[in-house]
Design a protein around this ligand. Structure first.
Ligand SMILES: Cc1cc2nc3c(=O)[nH]c(=O)nc-3n(C[C@H](O)[C@H](O)[C@H](O)COP(=O)(O)OP(=O)(O)OC[C@H]3O[C@@H](n4cnc5c(N)ncnc54)[C@H](O)[C@@H]3O)c2cc1C
Length: 292
């Protein structure tokens, strides 16, 4: 790993000033579970930063809060362990807890942050599909102030986001969940633990009477970015939450994604898994709604 200068700002303003001053030469560091590995492994082809700006002592980036009027705020520096253990999130946004709880081992979850997972922009990032399914927004801070971006627009491609070099993700905002909403996230991996998603599927459903009023389906690892399956959502809304309707939506989700073939799975296998997992997640949400 190339030598670098280390900075440990203790406020958001200080962190932003450093990033502005150092420009391309600097990289923010949160838990380091992606960045440090990349710096070690790709020392020759990775544009090795000569300055590291550690965000862990920036208090403005921490915390998890919920209010009935505004919804959920997850600080970019919140760890996966904090999210997975949050009762506030579990009660209202179960799929987000389920995504966080799948990130690596306990040790990884204690270091890995929500901001790092999003900014690393892996198509397989486990926190992304649940946040997309809840229509979350990234709150971005930089020299020009604060701006909010729907997560769908935040991801631009593998490893690419809408962030400028002198900007940070400060927090993620998730709207107040609609009445009767249920959610679920799971992924398929060849190994049970310590593996990344071959396919990840998150679903949220608002069911009123015998109709799906609102449906969101988000997929991981089957496109250059985590994506919403909008045509599948359209096939669910206004319909009864029946197995037949779910099977049709799952088939549509499998058709509308654009998986690649790689060493971990063929494109056909990924499509097949999208169908199976979407069906499973939709049933799971419906069954939770009926039992809860
Ligand atoms: C053993 C192991 C297992 C793993 N398993 C999984 C898994 O199952 N699922 C999964 O999704 N991931 C997994 N990962 C990947 C990783 O843990 C996650 O992506 C993690 O959430 C990254 O967060 P971090 O805080 O460590 O980010 P870092 O490594 O510190 O940063 C990642 C990137 O984001 C940037 N960054 C960080 N915070 C900000 C911010 N607030 N604003 C702007 N840029 C920022 C950094 O500059 C860097 O480019 C695993 C990693 C390891 C080492």
């Amino acid at each position: 790993m190339r030598a670098f200068e280390y900075h440990a700002p203790t406020s958001l303003n200080e962190a932003l000033s450093l990033l502005q001053e150092l420009g391309e030469a600097a990289r923010p560091l949160a838990g380091g579970t992606d960045l440090v590995v990349q710096m070690k492994e790709n020392a020759t082809k990775f544009a090795a930063p000569s300055h590291i700006v550690n965000l862990l002592r920036v208090p403005e980036l921490g915390g998890i809060e919920f209010s009935e009027s505004v919804g959920l705020r997850i600080g970019a520096g919140a760890t996966m362990a904090e999210v997975a253990e949050s009762l506030i999130i579990r009660e209202r946004y179960q799929a987000i807890v389920e995504g966080a709880a799948l990130v690596g081992s306990i040790q990884t979850m204690n270091m890995a942050t929500v901001g790092g997972n999003l900014c690393n922009a892996a198509p397989s990032a486990d926190i992304a599909p649940p946040l997309l399914a809840f229509e979350a927004e990234a709150v971005i801070v930089g020299p020009a102030g604060r701006r909010s971006l729907p997560l769908e627009e935040f991801f631009l491609g593998p490893g690419k986001t809408a962030l400028a070099v002198d900007e940070l993700v400060a927090e993620v905002r998730v709207p107040v969940p609609s009445a009767g909403i249920g959610s679920a996230y799971d992924r398929h991996t060849p190994r049970k633990q310590m593996d990344i998603a071959v396919v990840g599927v998150a679903a949220t459903l608002s069911i009123a009477g015998n109709r799906v009023e609102r449906a969101r389906v988000a997929l991981g690892a089957v496109a250059p970015t985590p994506v919403r399956a909008r045509r599948a959502e359209g096939a669910l809304e206004g319909q009864p939450p029946s197995d037949d309707v779910f099977a049709r939506a799952a088939e549509i989700a499998a058709m509308e994604c654009s998986p690649i073939a790689d060493v971990r799975a063929s494109a056909e296998f990924r499509r097949y898994i999208v169908r199976v997992m979407t069906m499973r997640m939709l049933r799971e949400v419906r069954d939770r709604a009926r039992s809860g």
